[in-house]
Design a protein around this ligand. Structure first.
Ligand SMILES: [Zn+2]
Ligand SMILES: [Zn+2]
Length: 242
């Protein structure tokens, strides 16, 4: 068995094991802990006792410390010259923090897949770097493949899109910087964008369409900020049509 297979099997094994309610309950009761030393992640242990054993700490101190840790949630433990930061790792909440494939709708389309990614990104942002590294190492090397259901798409008028690009005169309507590169036809590369999205009932008319550089276009869809929208509407109201 090669490494990637092994890793995938481990990842799948871990995932499967969590589906067993008894195993899950037992693990939660054990209170897995994450231990840092001077801010550096050491490891995650299935229990305080396992951490004490692995770190070579005094066994007779573990019970009292475990009690205190349980109420505090996180607590320093010093022995000799070393200070260990213990943190109880609540697996139920950690598991809620990230989406898994099972959170995908049963018949996903490209839109529900996109919102699954967005929600994942939001939750992943709450994990610390070590936890992130740990999970990344467990990734399945072969991506999960799904069939997407048909999505509703809006067919944009190509003339409106092209006209907005002409009105932009080669500069992005938001940041006003020149297009990042020229197309093979030596045209400035800009993307047309609907200030009020078509999916929100916006019109496919030149009064609602601007030309943006790829960065600003991404920003409009990612941040969706009112101030940017107003800026673009102002730009539309002041640009000179041909
Ligand atoms: Zn821009
Ligand atoms: Zn757009």
């Amino acid at each position: 068995m090669n490494d990637s297979h092994k890793r995938r099997n481990i990842a799948e094994g871990v995932k499967k094991s969590w589906q067993d309610p008894e195993v899950k309950a037992a693990r939660i009761k054990h209170d897995p802990v994450i231990v840092h030393e001077k801010g550096v992640f050491l490891d995650k242990y299935s229990s305080t006792w396992q951490a004490f054993k692995a770190l070579g700490l005094s066994a007779n101190k573990h019970q009292q410390f475990r009690k205190k840790l349980k109420t505090a949630g996180s607590l320093d433990y010093s022995e000799g010259s070393k200070v260990y930061e213990f943190k109880i790792c609540d697996e139920t909440s950690v598991h809620k923090q990230t989406l898994s494939l099972s959170d995908l709708p049963s018949n996903p389309d490209s839109r529900s897949l996109a919102s699954w990614y967005e929600e994942s990104e939001r939750r992943v942002a709450t994990l610390d770097r070590n936890e992130l590294a740990r999970r990344a190492a467990m990734a399945s090397p072969v991506p999960h493949k799904i069939e997407l259901a048909a999505t509703t798409a809006y067919v944009r008028d190509p003339y409106v899109a092209a006209y907005a690009k002409i009105l932009a005169k080669g500069d992005c309507d938001l940041c006003t910087k020149p297009a990042p590169f020229l197309t093979v036809n030596a045209e400035p590369y800009l993307e047309s964008h609907h200030v009020t999205w078509l999916s929100r009932g916006g019109y496919d008319l030149i009064e609602n369409v601007v030309a943006l550089c790829p960065n600003c276009h991404r920003k409009m869809h990612s941040r969706d900020e009112e101030a940017d929208r107003e800026h673009l509407l102002y730009r539309i109201s002041t640009r000179h049509q041909l």
